[in-house]
Design a protein around this ligand. Sequence first.
Ligand code: DAH
Length: 369
Amino acid sequence: MNDIANIEANILDKIKDCTDLKSLEDIRISVLGKKGILTENMKTLAQMEEQQRIETAKKLNILKSHIEEALGLQKNILQERALNEQLNNERIDVTLPIRPEIQGRIHPVSKIYEEVVAIFGALGFEVANGPDIEDQFHNFNALNMPLNHPARQMQDTFYINHDATVPFDMEKAYVVRTHTSGMQIRTMEKKRPPIRIIAPGRTYRSDFDATHTPMFHQVEGLVIDKTTTLAHLKGCLYDFVKAFFELDEIPVRYRPSYFPFTEPSAEMDIGCLKTKTELKIGAGNDWLEILGCGMVHPNVLKAGGIDPDEYQGFAFGVGLDRLAMLKYGIPDLRTFFESDIRWLKNYGFAPLDFSSLTGGLSNNGGQTR
Ligand code: DAH
C-alpha cells in the first residue's frame, strides 16, 4: 500500500516539474508503457490472493487514472506555453513597410496623354474616343482621300479582311486606323457645332526604325463653329505648346504643307537649340517639326453632314510618342514598347503625380521622377 502511495507522490511530482513535452512523454512511457512501473505492478496481480488482488487492482486503477489526469493537465500547460513562445517569437509588425519596396511607374506615353488632356481640357475641349479598327470611309474617303488618292500611299496601311469567308477585297477591307483623323468624321456624325474635341489614341502603320513603330499614338484636334479662323488655330496651338513645354515664351513658325483633309494646311515648328548632348526647347533658332494642322476642307465638313457655307473650323494632329521623346529626352521610340522594367524605372513617373495646369504638368512638388 505504502508502495503505491509512494509511487503516486513520486510520479505526480515528476509530472508537475516537467518542463517540456518530450520529457513528459518519456515519463508517460516509463509509467504506462509496456515496461512501465504501473504495467509491471499490474502483472504482479496474477500471483495474488483473490481478496488482495481485488483491492490492489482497484488501487492501481485509481493510481492510473490520477497519473493520466496529471499527464493530461501538464500536457495542456506545456502546449499552451510552447504556443505562446512561438507566437512571441514570430510576431509580425504589420506597420513596417514592405521590403523591397516596389512601386509601379506611369509610362511616359500615359503621362503625355494626361498632360495633353489636362491642357486641352482647360481650353474647353472634350475627349472623344473611337475604334482602333476603322472602315475606309472614316479613315480615308470622308477625309477627302477617295480610293486611289496618292496620299493613301503615304500611310503604309495595315488592311484587315472585312469578311473571312470571301477573298480579300481592297475596297471593302477594314484598316487599323493610320491616324486619329477619322475621329473628325465620327464626331461630326454625332454632334452639331460648335465642336471642340480632342481624340487621343493608338494608330498603326507598317514602319519600324528609331523614330517609327508599327503602333504609335496621336491626338487629333477639331474645332468647328461659324466664325472659327486660322487666327484661332494659331492662338490655340501656341497656347498648347507653351503649356506643354512649361515655358512662358517659345518661338513657333508655320510652314505651308499639304494634307488632303485641310485647306490651307501647315506644319508647326518650334524653336530649339540642338547641341550634341542635349535638345533645349524654346532656345536658339533651329526648328523642330511638331505637328500638322489646317482649316478643315469643305469636302470633309460635307462628308460629316455639316454645311461648309455656314460653318468652318480647324484641325490638327500631333504624335504623342514624339512629344514624349522631345519633352523627356528619350532617344529611341522602339524602347517605348519593349516593356523593359529598367527603362520604365528610369523614364516612368510616380503614379500619384497627376498632371494638371494648376498643380504642375510634369512635376508636382518636384517628386515626379
Ligand atoms: N493625320 C495626319 C497624320 O497622321 C496628321 C494631321 C495633319 C491631322 C493635319 C490633322 C491635320 O487634323 O489638320 O500625319
